[in-house]
Design a protein around this ligand. Structure first.
Ligand code: GCV
Length: 703
């Protein structure tokens, strides 16, 4: 056999049987079923080792081999390699299809010996292959039937951490920031490795370390050194580090009088800053920028365009192969126009003017990560510009960490939406296949913090997981991903897996129902966004007030975005615009997003809108009750710690779902003067009581 390293795997990690307590730290990365079964009892003999051979010597390949050695069942022979290895040439394997990051897993004969080959064109590809093999084994596959091939459809699969340098996390509900900025770069918390490993296992290859509401300090030498320490930890796992850049940094750090992107001194400052960063982090990914949005500085402060700003930064990172992700989440306090229209109005005319290392990052919907939004009209409207899809994995508007809401269906619904341009879908815009873009991206606002279980609950881990899987392939469906996550997270007990998946699949719709169905949006309390506040009408910017969004009055409810209103529908391609312009062809789930309609409007159910709205509130609350009962049914089959925590969260969710329902109905009744339909329960309190609820120290929000 050709010289290569052979690792005898020792099953040292993992291995808790379901009967034992489990704090959720291991996420979905647990021993495959066969290994778990072999060690489930204390009396079981020590398992024999798998044999893992390594063709090549990079740190990344060694990590791949270690993963397999730790978790593969005894008796399996595996070879981890890159396609460049000459001994593979004769095998005629489809390496050409794999690109930089794809993998294949095949049974082959190498040097006369049968072996399971895990390989990619690069070591990163091989690492992804190792994790894919482990996933295959943990979801019912065997080493004998392992034949896998896959390449990511999206190039940049990036987490956005809204983590502040003081350790708080904007919209973070899983404890403080994972990054201990104070002790970095000296102290490298072992959690940084575990974080990178978890990301690599689902194909995430980039992380923006700091909040888009950025401080210039993150660009100082002191913080660059800290970021570099993290980059060193993440590199072998195929993960690049990016930073959110504060546009006014040349003023704040450089002492310049302006941050005007057209000023040569400003461009020179950024160029020098980029050079400095790349000296510390040679594979630095680039910058993410929130400009001229919610008080952040930007090129518009100087009359320059977003493209001027983005291209200036892009020029600074270009010599190093860096990129700029420029966010389209803009709306201005001076603009009386429908907030849902403003990003399109600002960015659409800039299509074709961005440098080729700029991507424009667009939230999934035109307002702000609501439980349901129609897809953002910019998708499909900027064919010359690569658009990054930005999803919010942390659930700012879907019950924080407490509520069980699996976001797979939300992601799938958005990605599968047809833009109205031929057969184009949002997914085909994002993965570049629609226009032939090679630079493509998907971003997820992370739900990760220092909580022992990383995401604030076991089921929230599924949202991190599904983001990674759909960033790898935006055409994947939410249901099978829920299933593979549940199998890896809870083990192979079919009843537990079926129950978890059943709970998950309707859970996001339940949140839509109990917070406001039919396209209602932005009904939450002010600032911290915890709980209902549809009555709020006194905030200084009109578009901060829930009443701006629902426009409920005695006769009807909903935002008229047709020609008689803001005409936001016209921002969609004609076939979609036509569908949304007519309440009869608008999907009911989006009705009140696009139309102001009467309370007595007859809905598909045969009920009036008012009756149906009430029914949806009740359905949402009932779904949570059902989840509680289902979870009760698997109590004996799930470890006590994760079961208890989930059961407690579900009890809180049921209470809060009722709160949302009751407070909302009390308010709607005060507006429309109607009685509840027969049989519907009256709100527990009067409207004044709900309005009087105030909360301080709410996580994720820092005044
Ligand atoms: C990082 C919403 C959130 C803000 C967030 C902003 C954004 O407005 O409430 O916390 O700021 O979106 O995406 O920039």
């Amino acid at each position: 056999m050709r010289a290569g390293t052979v690792i005898m795997g020792a099953l040292t990690l993992l291995l808790a049987s379901t009967a034992h307590a489990d704090d959720g730290y291991r996420l979905w990365l647990r021993a495959p079923a066969s290994a778990t079964a072999a060690t489930a009892t204390a009396t079981a003999p020590a398992p024999a080792s798998a044999t893992v051979s390594l063709l090549g010597g990079s740190a990344t390949l060694r990590l791949a081999a270690d993963e397999l050695a730790r978790a593969l069942p005894a008796g399996v022979a595996v070879t981890v390699a890159t396609g460049a290895d000459p001994s593979l040439a004769a095998l005629r394997l489809p390496f050409a299809r794999l690109g930089d990051e794809g993998y294949l897993v095949r049974r082959v004969t190498l040097h006369g010996q049968p072996t399971l080959l895990v390989a990619g064109n690069t070591d990163r590809g091989a690492l992804y292959g190792a994790f894919a093999l482990l996933r295959h084994l943990a979801t019912g596959g065997t080493a004998a039937d392992a034949s896998l091939v896959s390449a990511p459809k999206v190039k940049l699969r990036v987490l956005n951490h809204w983590d502040n340098l003081d350790g708080t996390v904007e919209r973070g509900y899983a404890g403080t920031s994972l990054w201990d900025w104070w002790s970095l770069p000296d102290l490298k918390d072992p959690r940084y490795v575990d974080y990178a490993r978890a990301n690599a296992s689902i194909g995430i290859n980039g992380t923006v370390l700091n909040n888009v509401n950025a401080k210039a300090d993150s660009l100082t030498p002191r913080y660059i050194e800290k970021a570099a320490a993290l980059a060193d930890v993440f590199r072998p796992w195929g993960i690049k580090v990016y930073l959110s850049a504060r546009f006014s940094a040349p003023i704040e750090l450089g002492g310049l009088k302006t941050a005007d992107p057209r000023d040569p001194a400003v461009a020179a400052w950024w160029k020098a800053k980029a050079d400095e960063i790349y000296r510390a982090i040679p594979d630095f990914g680039g910058f993410l920028v929130k400009a001229n949005s919610e008080g952040q500085p930007g090129p518009r402060d100087y009359g320059a365009s977003h493209a001027d700003g983005a291209n200036m930064l892009a020029a600074a990172v270009r010599p190093h192969g860096g990129i700029v992700m420029w966010r389209a989440f803009v709306y201005a306090d001076t603009d009386p126009e429908d907030r849902a229209k403003q990003a399109y109005t600002e960015f659409k005319p800039l299509d074709g003017t961005f440098a080729d290392n700029v991507l424009v990052q667009v939230k999934n919907g035109a307002i702000d990560f609501q439980p349901r939004e129609p897809f953002h009209p910019l998708f499909g409207a900027m064919p010359k510009t690569p658009l990054v899809m930005e999803f919010q994995v942390t659930k700012e508007y879907l019950g924080f960490a407490t509520h069980l809401a699996y976001l797979g269906p939300l992601f799938e619904e958005t990605l599968a939406a047809r833009t109205g341009r031929g057969r184009e879908t949002v997914a085909s815009v994002v993965d570049g296949s629609s226009e032939g873009h090679r630079l493509t991206g998907m971003a997820g606002v992370a739900n990760i913090g220092r909580d022992r279980d990383w995401s604030g609950s076991t089921f929230n881990q599924a949202n991190w997981y599904v983001f990674g899987r759909m960033a790898w392939d935006p055409t994947l469906a939410a249901q099978p991903i829920a299933r593979e996550w549940a199998q890896q997270t809870f083990g192979t007990d079919r009843r537990v897996v079926d129950t978890a998946v059943a709970m998950m699949m309707g859970s996001r719709e339940a949140v839509v129902d109990y917070t406001g169905a039919f396209g209602l949006a932005h009904l939450m309390a002010t600032g911290h966004h915890y709980g209902p506040g549809p009555w709020v009408d006194d905030l200084k910017r009109p578009e901060w007030n829930p009443v701006y969004y629902h426009k409920a009055d005695r006769d009807g409810i909903g935002f008229d975005r047709t020609r008689t209103g803001s005409n936001a529908v016209a921002q969609y391609a004609p076939p979609v615009a036509r569908r949304f312009a007519d309440p009869r062809t608008t999907p009911e789930r989006d009705l009140l997003w696009f139309h102001h309609v009467g309370w007595d409007r007859r809905m598909a159910s045969g009920r009036t809108l008012w009756e149906d709205l009430v029914a949806h509130y009740d359905r949402g609350v009932a779904y949570v009750g059902d989840m509680r009962r289902q979870w009760d049914g698997v109590r004996a089959a799930v470890d006590a710690e994760r079961w208890e925590k989930t059961a407690t969260d579900l009890a809180v969710q049921e209470r809060e779902a009722r709160w949302w329902r009751d407070a909302s109905l009390a308010y709607w009744m005060s507006v429309n003067g109607r009685a509840l339909p027969a049989g519907a329960a009256a709100p527990e309190h009067d409207l004044a009581w709900y309005k009087a609820q105030h909360f301080a120290y709410v996580p994720g929000h820092h005044d």
